[in-house]
Design a protein around this ligand. Sequence first.
Ligand code: MF3
Ligand code: CO
Length: 254
Amino acid sequence: MSVTIKSEHELEKMREAGRILAIVHDEMAKIVRPGISTMDINRKGEEVIRSFGCIPSFLNYNGYPASICVSVNDEVVHGIPNKKRILQEGDIVSLDAGVIYEGYHSDAARTHAVGQISDDDQFLIDITKQSFFEGIKYAKAGNHLYDISKAIQDFVEANGFSIVRDLVGHGIGKNLHEEPQVPNFKPIGRGMKLRPGMTLAIEPMVNAGAFEVWVLEDDWTVVARDGKNSAHYENTILITEGEPEIFSYREGLA
Ligand code: MF3
Ligand code: CO
């Protein structure tokens, strides 16, 4: 499979998948507080997704056993919800969700504070979100893919954090993961030329410490090797001749 250029008809469906996902994130954000379990968040996310008649795309994807990925503190991504995992004041929690609307996917992630958190952790969350917006300044037809990667990496590293390298963003559409891969660090070269109609999930994963990660015994949960905290931020976007369109984000929502 190669990179697909979406038709206006397809984009309408992806826009709706993204619009719904922004609401899903907003509803999940509202229940994040000390004392709830990571399974409570999964339940809320799945309920909101299904209330729109959509399918949670992560459920059973490569055998993933839940609808939402809930990753706490040093967990980078793909944390499995568990009713015994109770969020504590001072934790940070990354929520990753995907929606299928009429056969088309959207994918987005946010990291939230649980109660009162340290200034250092808030800075990590803010820089991670901001790095996405720094990256998409280059997400425009005529630019090259790794221009985005470089902007994200430069911004994150200038702020003293590191970019996870073992996981990357991706094309998205009829499938959750399509070509091209979208690294958050700059490989050699500039990568492929961006064209209008390409849809990408751009998702910086930022470690407070070193970039190395490993996978827990559950075969899913990716954690920072040095045990320091990690944050994640992701949206599904459309490449145009001008500013990119962000499908899964709306000002005022989480
Ligand atoms: N948002 C993740 C990604 O972009 C998907 C989670 S993998 C799953 O790759 F298995 F949990 F679905
Ligand atoms: Co993704």
